[in-house]
Ligand binder design. Structure first.
Ligand code: ZN
Length: 188
């Protein structure tokens, strides 16, 4: 197949938008080797879709990103621009949280009935951006269960070892969960 078709930015845009056709999906899947610049083309496409200019380092979910704010600052940021803080602290701690605990509350978002979690044993937590109201995550856990930190990526290793382009502010200190440092301040 033609390499220039498989790696064109237009195809990656369609992939992100969900408008890519079956033939092109098939072509991408059958590539003997993924084009080395694919990730950066993908980031370029994402960057054009947001209204701010801080460089996206990684996309965490549909509208949630890890963004570089310059040397020594990497934050989790909503598509709307809201900053959840240092990406090493679970961003959910800075979100608006709705908890569904009763059967009635859970039935409102579950169908059919057998799929509804059992009240008392489980609860549904929904995490929203405080500014734009986007729902970024949902977790179903036993009451009292710690807030799940879904992803703490080793960005320096990813960029240096897998992409071959080390980040300018690389440091051993980046790959460290700092969530407990945040919650420790809540008692003071
Ligand atoms: Zn937002």
């Amino acid at each position: 197949m033609e390499d220039d078709i498989s790696i064109s930015k237009g195809i990656i845009e369609q992939l992100v938008e969900g408008t890519i056709d079956d033939d092109n999906v098939d072509r991408l899947l059958k590539l003997p080797k993924k084009d080395s610049d694919r990730f950066f083309t993908y980031i370029e496409v994402l960057q054009e879709r947001v209204s701010w200019n801080d460089p996206i380092l990684l996309r965490l979910s549909d509208k949630l990103y890890i963004v570089s704010k310059g040397h020594g600052k990497r934050v989790t940021q909503c598509e709307c621009g809201f900053e959840f803080g240092d990406y090493r602290t679970n961003w959910k701690l800075a979100s608006k949280i709705r908890t569904r605990k009763t059967a009635e509350e859970m039935k409102a978002v579950y169908d059919p009935a057998p799929a509804v979690p059992e009240a008392g044993w489980q609860e549904v937590r929904e995490y929203f951006c405080p500014d734009c109201g986007t729902q970024h995550a949902v977790e179903v856990v036993p009451p009292g269960y710690p807030v799940i930190f879904e992803m703490l990526p080793d960005l320096d290793k990813f960029y240096a070892d897998y992409l071959g382009r080390p980040l300018a502010d690389a440091s051993e200190d980046w790959y460290r969960d700092r969530t407990s440092e945040t919650t420790a301040t809540w008692n003071q």
